[in-house]
Design a protein around this ligand. Sequence first.
Ligand code: AMP
Ligand code: MN
Ligand code: MN
Ligand code: MN
Length: 276
Amino acid sequence: MPRYDLHCHSTHSDGLLAPAAVIARAAARGVDVIALTDHDEVSGTAEAQAAAAAAGIAFVPGAELSVSWEGLTIHVVGLRIDPAHPALSRGLEAIREGRRTRARRMADALAEAGIRGAWEGALKYVTSERLVSRTHFARFLVEAGHAREVKDVFNRYLVRGKPGYVSHSWATLEEAVGWIRAAGGDAVLAHPGRYKVTTTRLRRLLGEFRDAGGTALEVLSSSHTPAQFVEFANHARAAGLRGSSGSDWHGPGESWMDLGGLPPLPAGVVPVWQDW
Ligand code: AMP
Ligand code: MN
Ligand code: MN
Ligand code: MN
């Protein structure tokens, strides 16, 4: 059975390796089909595509879109998108513009908490001037000695109720799924295990996602435990969604699970790639 990894990041968003290096690593680790899914960005596509051709593995153009739903931030992965589609391009640029203003407010919020120089500090870690993420602030906070590692930052800073947190409005669910569909892609609700929601609310989210045109739920993710693999497989089936699999890899030393590290999809889930 071919090995799929349909969620990972490069230096075109908050990953640590350039697209070509990410793809080469995936190929070396036995991945047969790889999607590059940078946050709100498709500018790494051409480089990744060429690297996949050179390595002899299949490549899926993708992106991970930031969405606000009922006051929560959720992520929607677009797969097999046309990266040049005008509606998608405009939508992604609008989200990135929001990221820039949010980043300024985050730096101000950190300054109020007594942490100076966060804007300049985060910029040192930004690898694409088109995209700034909380991860870049997190790397600065580690460097400045405020946390031991990036994961630790997200327990003590930059999240609701903690220093450096600012609320932000991303795209709506309907917009994000609509852009992905317009660009010919499949929409996947990413890492459902990360959202702090009750089962009732998760079912509502899955229903709204499906009704908006969503195709699949990311059943397998490095954010999930093996018990959650089974739980989200059941949710996917019940909601009439297919299943996807993605490591959400960001870089050596920062992601505990490597590219291609997930097991096969549980039986009974229709893979998102069924008709590809
Ligand atoms: P942003 O989209 O700019 O709000 O940043 C979100 C990114 O922060 C995610 O894509 C992850 O890369 C990172 N992140 C969020 N929560 C955590 C966490 N608990 N541990 C490690 N990284 C995290
Ligand atoms: Mn990220
Ligand atoms: Mn995500
Ligand atoms: Mn991701």
